[in-house]
Design a protein around this ligand. Structure first.
Ligand SMILES: Nc1ncnc2c1ncn2[C@@H]1O[C@H](COP(=O)(O)OP(=O)(O)OP(=O)(O)O)[C@@H](O)[C@H]1O
Length: 524
């Protein structure tokens, strides 16, 4: 690593946490990371003071994950250094980071599903003895948990926990392991608004109390303004601004993130009367056995030119519903039709009926990670000619032209159509899959959490695309854990609770979110 330059920082934020040391707990100076000829991180510096809650903002692909992966030892930076409490430290791998007291909570869970919370927490320790004294461990852990306002059941296997409980367990694990610097990658995306406030409020209080520093990667300005002291903004791999949150408005931060670029305007809603054709019709559809997440849907219809939003806390049947509609799980009973004809969700039926599906976690569920962006964009059409007829040989040149067109039309940030899709940032994988599924004529579109992990500019783009599809007459079934999104996009909202539709209400301004929330929580 290069010699350290003087750090390019303004003086630390106001000394409101009197008594805390003034040496930064962690300082990354001039970090640069290249992938081939592409510079993902260009001379970026960031400083975390003890007790500070620091937000890391930037569009999808700005370099946020690359920065934290360099700090945590997943990547070796090409230049720059990391200092801990004023001293330069080489963090060559994640284990070094753990030893140095740097922990991270990822968007995706890292707990072992079959093990209990207790087992997960104990086994995560760097110094697990060969023979574990479970009684003593339990006592120690119980004493630790008793001091924590976040509660999780110790003896329940992780796979039985709700998404919110798992997220809390991940955070407790980091605290139990004694992390002094905690990096959180969009931790609230799986939490209800209430849980999000609970978790962030708790961490903020803990930072002030213990001097721990928190680095929060987020796309939600409300989390920055409510919980964070300072912010660092990245754009195209470079540090483009930052400062004390109290001195910045959300439009200041937005401008740092995207410059003067304008957001996609919200398309006007075209009126389709109540007589528009019913496209999707489910009656008495059951699937998923009798366990958690199973569905038993008496009736659900979506008409042409209508967005029907499914609101619900995750784990109430959304995944099984999407799996049934996309042919991943067979329905165990009931009847499913598209345009009045029985529908079995096979690839042939989906193609014939122009049904498209965007599952959640597209990199895992809708892509082959090691294949190129171009191949992934072509999955739906690779064996079809321009006239839709089946081809015997794949037309590579056409596939490449199509990939170039989709990459441009949907602003997918990639080093080129030949790059493996796994090298794209999370938000850009989402854009690529949406490009594939939204392009062309669509009769029925099923989308699950379409804006998960997207920056605010991308959210505006994607929502506009979904509304445009509706205005062209596509029937849209939108499943989202983001209630604001369901309300904003839907013509009609259904609440899914324990696999059943328990409530129906119009969307938009007419929707009463408190009433919807009550039904989501199971109070009918
Ligand atoms: N292993 C890799 N190989 C090649 N390019 C990569 C690799 N990892 C990241 N990149 C590129 O570096 C850039 C920064 O990606 P990064 O994941 O850090 O963005 P991000 O700000 O975390 O985005 P998001 O908000 O979408 O998660 C992107 O253009 C991405 O394609």
């Amino acid at each position: 690593m290069s010699a350290l330059a003087a750090s390019p920082f303004e003086p630390p934020a106001s000394p409101k946490k009197g008594g805390l040391p003034t040496t930064p707990l962690l300082e990354a100076v001039g970090l640069t990371k290249r992938f081939g000829t592409f510079t993902a991180l260009d001379n970026v510096s960031i400083r975390l003071m003890p007790g500070e809650f620091h937000a890391l903002l930037g569009e999808n692909g700005a370099g946020k994950s690359t920065l934290v992966k360099c700090i945590l030892g997943y990547y070796a930076p090409d230049a720059g250094a990391v200092r801990l409490e004023g001293r330069e430290r080489t963090i060559a791998n994640p284990r070094d980071a753990r030893r140095a007291g740097i922990g991270m909570v990822y968007q995706h869970f890292t707990l072992v599903p079959a093990m209990t919370v207790l087992e997960n927490l104990v086994m995560a320790r760097a110094d697990v003895p060969p023979i574990v004294d479970w009684k003593a461990e339990r006592r120690a852990l119980q004493a630790f948990i008793a001091t924590m306002p976040l509660k999780v059941p110790l003896d329940v296997p992780v796979h039985r926990l709700s998404a919110g409980e798992r997220q809390k367990t991940e955070i407790l694990k980091e605290l139990y392991l004694g992390s002094k610097v905690l990096v959180l990658d969009e931790p609230t995306s799986v939490l209800t608004p209430e849980e999000a406030r609970e978790v962030l409020g708790f961490l903020r209080a803990r930072a002030i109390e213990t001097g721990m520093s928190v680095l929060l990667i987020t796309h939600k300005f409300s989390e920055v303004t409510s919980f964070c002291d300072r912010v660092t903004v990245l754009r195209r791999g470079a540090h483009v601004g930052g400062g004390t949150v109290a001195d910045l408005s959300t439009s200041d931060m937005a401008r740092m993130m995207i410059g003067e670029r304008r957001l996609a305007p919200v398309p006007e809603r075209r009126a389709f009367g109540p007589s528009a054709a019913i496209v999707l019709d489910l009656s008495d559809v059951s699937a998923g056995g009798s366990g958690r997440g199973a569905i038993a849907i008496e009736g659900l219809t979506v008409r042409a030119g209508e967005i029907v939003g499914i609101a619900g806390i995750s784990g109430n049947g959304q995944t099984v519903l999407v799996d049934v509609l996309s042919g991943q799980t067979p329905a165990e009973g009931g009847r499913m039709t598209v345009d009045g004809v029985p529908y079995d969700a096979s690839r042939a039926a989906a193609q014939a009926k122009k049904v498209r599906c965007l599952p959640e976690e597209p990199l895992r569920n809708a892509c082959v990670a090691r294949m190129s962006v171009s191949d992934n964009l072509a999955f739906r059409t690779f064996d079809r000619g321009e006239d839709g007829r089946r081809l015997r040989l794949v037309d590579r040149a056409r596939q490449r032209r199509e990939a170039d067109r989709l990459i441009a039309a949907y602003s997918v940030k990639t080093q080129g159509p030949g790059a493996p899709i796994a090298t794209l940032s999370g938000g850009n994988v989402q854009r690529a899959v949406l490009a594939r599924e939204l392009d062309g004529e669509t009769r029925l579109l099923v989308v699950a959490n379409p804006c998960f992990g997207l920056d605010f500019g991308a959210v505006a783009d994607i929502r506009a695309q979904i509304l445009d599809a509706r205005n062209r007459g596509t029937a849209v079934l939108l499943l989202s854990e983001d209630l604001d999104e369901v309300v904003a996009l839907s013509d009609r909202i259904l609440v899914l609770f324990e696999g059943r539709v328990v409530f129906e209400t119009p969307g938009g301004a007419a929707a009463d979110t408190t009433e919807i929330g009550t039904h989501m929580a199971g109070h009918h």
